[in-house]
Design a binder for this molecule. Sequence first.
Ligand code: GLV
Length: 425
Amino acid sequence: MTVITSIEDLRVLAKRRVPRMFYDYADVGSWTESTYRANEADFDKMLLRQRVAVNIDNRSLRTTMIGQPVSMPVALAPVGLTGMQHADGEILAARACKKFGVPFTLSTMSICSIEDVAQETGGHPFWFQLYVMRDRDFINSLIDRAKAANCSALVLTLDLQIIGQRHKDLKNGMSAPPKPTLRNMINLATKPRWCLGMLGTKRRQFGNIVGHVKGVEDMGSLSEWTSKQFDPQLTWKDVEWIKNRWGGKLILKGIQDVEDARLAVETGADALIVSNHGGRQLDGAQSSIAALPAVVDAVGHKIEVHMDGGIRSGQHVFKAMALGAKGTYIGRSFVYGLGAMGEAGVTKALEIIHKELDLTMAFCGHTDINNVGREVLLPGPIYADARRTGANDEPLFAASRQSANWGDTAAQVASGSSGLATASR
Ligand code: GLV
């Protein structure tokens, strides 16, 4: 068997082991998938500034996200249907996170329920992701269940009032319930390991919903219910109501625009996530990493700015941190690990990212992730600040996150002044 050394290795293995309709569900972007692709590709356009002859012994990736200690600034993103990538997927991923010391976020649309995850991980705190649904009684009950399960943050998704069109899902009959087409049945027959796992668990439907909503007792009634539930009328007023109802740490997910970031700050939330939902919603939107600097410059001193989208390596985490993120999230990167090898695969994904992040930080002359700022980046299409070109005279550690002069970066990114930076390379 191939030795697994990268997230790409895990992806290839997951594609072999997970039924196509579920692999595609996680992997898909909307429409042309241009934003989905840009999320990863834009990271790779960013250039790093190597330093030498700096003591890089005793390095640490430890930090905090929303005040909670983490072994590295990486949380698991909420991903619907995780328990279809591998039997009991959410429980396995939560266990891997507990051991690794990073947050696990359970999706509302998970297969294992809030209670399953709480029970099987010994009451260890995790984060719970909430969609705003029309059925406010259901929201109330989810919030109460998340509190009872010791969840230490609520991640409220704001960019899925309607669903972006995903061609592969439509072609695969990927709906709730999934359609048992002949093509799907034939494909299932080629995944014996997955089938055996599923036969060995009782958790095969949306655990947070079925049995908890009146009239939703099986996959058929669930389908009808979910299609009507995502609330197109969602406004900031609902966010305020949910914040008060929850009363704990609140993270707002799905912000791309600086104006929206300012409105998010006004809600008093603890963090926002710069996110385009993994390129699954508005195709044609900019990549998350391209959206990040302007949001950090506008509100980073008032709220923690996190980001997700396209992170497939520790280098990507490093670049997001350099631009001012206080934390990042991986979705597909852990889902590939889970589909490939269950809990061990999620742990492997976290180990890969940890190692890549650590080595990259060291090569850039840093020993503490908390001190990494924009000085580790060379000017390029995403980060256009030409003042740093060949800036060998600047003290390496002078620019702490708080004190770095980030003044005009937003304007440069917005005006697309990357020509300057490109010319200087
Ligand atoms: C749900 O969040 C999805 O993107 O499918």
